[in-house]
Design a protein around this ligand. Structure first.
Ligand code: HEC
Ligand code: HEC
Ligand code: HEC
Ligand code: HEC
Length: 444
């Protein structure tokens, strides 16, 4: 008996010592601030006002506010809202018949989201409230109160009356625990349809998934304009394209070519997670876009989210010793992707011109012409999947170049079929106005 008691006591001591060591190691790995800051203000669930959360977490709040004042640009990105249409006039042609041909500016800081969506000329009296889904920390509360179905059915102007805050804490964090959460019902539902449960994701996975609340491909489903991610068959470009085909969905009909065309939207999450080197190595969006910063005794995640090329020592330097070398590498990748993308655009413009001419020709073979339109639809979606993604290739260079190669091939096939449909070899001509010799490779 005596022997057993000694054993049990010794065992207990070992367990307690291990627990203590574990706790110390854990605490040591937490950002300094979360150790020292006691909540001052009780934050209500889904509280839209970041300023209130900010009283408990002043560093995160003040760095988030900086996204309002950022204006520095990089070669292809950065924080000014430059016009994509002015930089690359081919896009005016590619989006003809759709509001993106009128107004299409580069993204900027999170603090601008609400104002920018109100200012875009793409919004009109028919715009659904759904367009507000990624712009405001009022949303999580509204979705809980009224349900996303009713939210999406409300008009843009009506819904706007309830939105006062740009993107904020409630879009990414749960009040109280401060854990990262899925706040957008469309993301939750898309994951569920794939048989995935986000609450089982690791912390590192959440450091990327939280961005997928917004930085993803989506469409407005049905008359209720229900926000939907086309992820049921997977998140690769061909899987999402097939989803749209099965749904019989189009964003608009291309004028005179009559192609049922699709518009892709900022698929950063899908592109990054499609087997990129960094994703495979377990790196998250927050690692590059929200690196830890030290100020005095505190260490916290920089909430001033912007292009990592503006602070590469912090953003890349935590893992790469030669920061200059990796930044040079980014520049090489982006130049190559840009030039390839321009060549793809030329090919699609040629396809569009050929299909327009064949459509105007009453003698054209309708079956061949429809096949040409289908190839145009696919090639344009593949191109836009790259073009609407905001990293100019960096997030996943190999995959992006493969998608562009397929897109160019599809576009040239579309052109050939249109020429065949009209039995008109002159439609095989290659880009008169927009050849890459003339305008391609010209950087902004
Ligand atoms: C390995 C580092 C790294 C990771 C991981 C990463 N990014 Fe990026 N991201 C970059 C770089 C570099 C750029 C290019 C910036 C430029 O051209 O100025 C960029 C560009 C962007 C841009 C456009 C920025 C601008 O200036 O317009 C957005 C938006 C973005 N990333 C979101 C994401 C999201 C969302 C994820 C995760 C799904 C992610 N990034 C993962 C490095 C990274
Ligand atoms: C766009 C999403 C996003 C928004 C908006 C956001 N955060 Fe965070 N926050 C993150 C991510 C990602 C982390 C890193 C979490 C991790 O490593 O587990 C983080 C970490 C934190 C932490 C943990 C300590 C640290 O710095 O790593 C605190 C506290 C915090 N945020 C507070 C806030 C407050 C307060 C706001 C609003 C003023 C806010 N956050 C807005 C994404 C966001
Ligand atoms: C609630 C929706 C939402 C969430 C969540 C979100 N973003 Fe954004 N993000 C946006 C919108 C909208 C814009 C464009 C705002 C504008 O141009 O007015 C943007 C812009 C950006 C930019 C461009 C900033 C610049 O200065 O050019 C980067 C980089 C970015 N987001 C990265 C991230 C990362 C990384 C995460 C996850 C940690 C994330 N975002 C989470 C909606 C979101
Ligand atoms: C959290 C760690 C981490 C961060 C932050 C990070 N990287 Fe990396 N990076 C890696 C790892 C891991 C690899 C893969 C190394 C390997 O497999 O040899 C890698 C590979 C690369 C490569 C080579 C890719 C290839 O396909 O050959 C480049 C270029 C690169 N990183 C650039 C950057 C840039 C630019 C930044 C900052 C914007 C950055 N990285 C931030 C961890 C990181």
């Amino acid at each position: 008996m005596q022997k057993y008691t000694t054993f049990i006591l010794a065992g207990l001591v070992i367990v307690l010592a291990a627990a203590l060591a574990g706790t110390l190691i854990f605490m040591n790995n937490q950002p300094a601030q979360s150790r020292t800051t006691q909540p001052i203000v009780e934050i209500a669930p889904l509280e839209p006002e970041s300023e209130l959360w900010g009283r408990n977490f002043p560093n995160q709040y003040s760095s988030l506010l900086k996204t309002r004042n950022n204006s520095l640009d990089t070669t292809f990105g950065g924080s000014s809202a430059f016009s994509h249409l002015e930089r690359d006039p081919r896009q005016v042609i590619l989006f003809t018949g759709y509001p993106f041909s009128i107004d299409y500016n580069d993204d900027r800081g999170h603090e601008w989201a609400l104002e920018d969506v109100r200012a875009t000329k793409r919004v009109n009296e028919k715009t659904p409230g759904t367009c507000y889904s990624c712009k405001s920390s009022n949303n999580p509360g509204l979705w809980t109160e009224m349900g996303m179905e009713a939210y999406d059915k409300t008009s843009f102007s009506e819904l706007g009356k309830h939105l006062t805050e740009s993107i904020g804490c409630a879009n990414c964090h749960e009040a109280g625990t401060m854990r990262l959460v899925v706040t957008n019902p469309a993301l939750k539902e898309a994951l569920e349809r794939q048989g995935k449960d986000w609450t089982t994701y690791s912390r590192q996975e959440m450091r990327s998934l939280v961005c997928a609340n917004c930085h993803v491909e989506y469409y407005f489903k049905g008359d209720g304009k229900y926000l939907t991610l086309p992820w049921d068959g997977g998140t690769k470009v061909e899987e999402m394209y097939q989803y749209y085909n099965e749904a019989g969905y189009k964003d608009w009909e291309y004028p005179e070519a009559l192609t049922p065309t699709l518009k892709a939207q900022h698929p950063e999450y899908e592109m990054y997670t499609a087997g990129s080197t960094h994703y495979n190595a377990g790196v998250s969006c927050a690692d590059c876009h929200m690196p830890y910063v030290r100020e005095g005794a505190s260490k916290y995640s920089m909430h001033d989210i912007h292009s990592p090329l503006l602070n590469p020592e912090l953003a890349c330097g935590q893992c790469h010793t030669d920061t200059e070398a990796v930044v040079r590498r980014v520049s090489l990748i982006q130049d190559q992707v840009y030039n390839t993308k321009v060549a793809t655009e030329d090919a699609i413009v040629d396809a569009i011109n050929a299909i327009k001419a064949a459509t105007a020709n009453a003698a054209s073979d309708p079956d061949l012409l429809n096949q040409a339109r289908e190839l145009h639809r696919q090639s344009q979606y593949y191109w836009d999947f790259v073009s609407a993604e905001n990293s100019m290739g960096f997030h996943n260079p190999e995959y992006i170049l493969k998608v562009l190669a397929e897109s160019t091939n599809l576009a040239r096939q579309a052109q050939m079929l249109a020429a065949q449909a009209a039995n008109d070899p002159s439609l095989l001509e290659i880009g008169t106005y927009y050849s890459s010799q003339e305008t391609g490779a010209v950087l902004p």
